[in-house]
Design a protein around this ligand. Structure first.
Ligand SMILES: [Zn+2]
Length: 189
């Protein structure tokens, strides 16, 4: 009986340690799982350049890409929209993804969202364009954390620095599978 008491007491002591010194929850500000800012399965040419401003940004182009939809690369809230005319970013959309994460989209031909609007991953925010300081239709895209431009990731793949690469979008592909066409008996879509 006495022996049990001791072990019970030590158990209480053990518990109290956790009460007095609770393990501090580790706060990690992991990035959202960003996907490409284009609908599922689209392929775009992405270019990174050391002389780009900022240099970690990507410029996306594809043949006849002018006017194509630009979509949110993660869920969030529209932080800022604007039109700088033929200067700098031209028509732009910034999305706040929480925990200090932000994406920026520039040179749009059209903005299809409003400031403060909640946005789901894959939802359209505008259209690819040639507005601002731009000589051809392309999307200028950035990922920022606490105001600092970060190396871009899509899923777990880091963008190619520096140079050109083809990128295929996985944006919202799972949802698409749920709502997609049902396979017929002979397996054709
Ligand atoms: Zn750019």
């Amino acid at each position: 009986m006495k022996k049990w008491n001791y072990s019970f007491l030590s158990f209480l002591l053990f518990l109290s340690c956790f009460t007095i010194f609770p393990s501090t929850p580790k706060t990690t500000y992991a990035a959202p799982t960003f996907q490409m800012p284009f609908p599922c399965d689209q392929t775009w040419n992405g270019e990174t350049r050391k002389k780009h401003n900022p240099k970690l940004a990507i410029d996306f182009t594809r043949k006849n890409g002018h006017g194509d939809p630009v979509v949110a690369s993660a869920s969030g809230k529209i932080k800022k929209i604007g039109d700088l005319g033929n200067k700098s970013f031209g028509k732009f959309v910034y999305i706040d993804h929480g925990n200090g994460w932000e994406t920026r989209h520039a040179h749009l031909s059209k903005i299809t969202v409003k400031k403060g609007q909640l946005i789901e991953i894959g939802q359209q925010i505008g259209n690819v364009g040639n507005s601002g300081n731009s000589t051809a239709s392309h999307l200028h895209y950035e990922q920022k954390h606490n105001g600092e431009v970060q190396p871009i990731y899509f899923g777990s793949s880091k963008a190619y620095y520096y140079g050109k690469k083809e990128y295929k979008s996985n944006n919202n592909c799972t949802k698409k599978q749920h709502t997609g066409t049902v396979k017929t008996e002979n397996g054709k879509k």
